[in-house]
Design a protein around this ligand. Sequence first.
Ligand code: BYC
Length: 472
Amino acid sequence: MISAEKIPNNVNLSSNKRLQRALEHWQPKYIQWWRDMGPQGFQDYHQVYVRTAVSVDPSGWAHFEYVKLPEYRWGIFLADPLPDRRIGFGDFYGQPVWHEVPGEFRNQLRRLIVTQGDTEPASVEQQRWLGHRCPSLYDLRNLFQVNVEEGRHLWAMVYLLHSYFGRDGRDEAEELLDRQSGNRDKPRILEAFNEPIDNWLDFFMFTMFTDRDGKSQLMSLSESSLDPLSRTTRFMLTEEAHHMFVGETGVSRILQRTCELMREAGFSEDVRKVGGIDIPTIQKHLNQWFSLSLDLHGGEVSSNAASYFANGLKGRAKEETFDEHIVKDAYYRMEFFEGGRPLTKDVLMRNAMNEVLRDWYVSDCAAGVERWNRILEHAGVSERLRLPDRKFNRNIGMYSGFYFDPHGVAMSKEEWEKRRNEWLPCAADREYLLSIMAEPVYRPGTFANYIAPPRRGINQKPVDFEYVRTEQ
Ligand code: BYC
């Protein structure tokens, strides 16, 4: 029986019998999926010090407790409604927002919600073996915090599917548990969510760059005319911020330790001799996850994006900061690559909405890389990290099928094949990373050699707090 204690919620679940029944039907399948596809080996005997959202106000955030992972209370929360909220962009600009799904936009909305929903369990699946290689209990706990919140984001999308899309929505909710990351026959929808994440450098880069795509997509969905979608994604954004914190500080701590080890080893390349992660390897992983996450924004010119915008389904990040919200006659100056050379053309702004969001995303990433470089600078290290050019390693959009180096210089397929291991992680890099992560670190306050401890612990607990307890 689903209750407010079992599923904390602010949608008055107990008064909506139809929804309650639908979720009761789905919940055991979700738990089975979590056991089968969630963190492997940490389901039965471990107690994790996690934060559970029990309400949307700031006090609802301070709720920390030890829980066994399958007993985490996945809740359903919508940010508080904004009084007299109006549609903020597109052809219906200024009209009252929708509290039900308009029939003519049902398919488009369902598709957006399913695509968003699909990424959440996918990321849990991608990360399910990492616990066995964790650099500390602090990091292990952060991994599980991210995982349970991705599970909650899945609940958020399933709530919308069950509430507003009837039979189709229920079917889609089942399929969200059926597709599997990396599975050849039934893969996850978007490419980056089928890539393996089998070491912690991948994990930190994923939470830095791919969760940041989560941020940009959720920001644009939070502008939606469908008010329940807007309110759900607005609340999800607060959790997303913690995931990016995990990624950004994870890489910062690796960089800090690399700088320390460089003092012993001399040059960055030699850091491997003392068990650290060299800066070129960090750069390659940055290149990989940044380029995969650029792909997640879709094609540069997209009639889907134009139609989402026109219909008020998906806006721009921070729509209110733009001067004009109907955007019927505006143009976006875009660089194309035609006949082997760059060419600038004007594209109707509505068709360029994926690119507009990608611009926002790239600048948000660049600020993060700047913060990383300050660590190198402080340590007196001359190397710097940088974002590769947008054209580098793309599989979606107009640059897919062409080859560019990280500076955006075009090259032949043969040359790319010869040099790709200079720019992207190769088998030897993976092997090295797995070798230094082979032994998990489970002693409180102890950290793997390749990463520095965090500046402070979680919820004012000390760094050597037992963030994950074993009952065995
Ligand atoms: N991989 O017009 P186009 C997150 C497809 S992350 C494979 O260019 P459109 C999270 C596309 O579906 C945020 N296929 O793009 C992070 C279309 O297919 P059809 C997730 C792709 O439609 C970490 C075709 O290519 N949220 O939350 O504008 C952990 C041409 O489409 C890809 C969302 O994505 C790709 N990368 O799509 C946990 C928001 N890109 O129609 C969670 C919802 C495009 O030819 N989704 N295609 O069959 C959307 O807003 C849009 O679907 C997209 C762009 C942004 C994905």
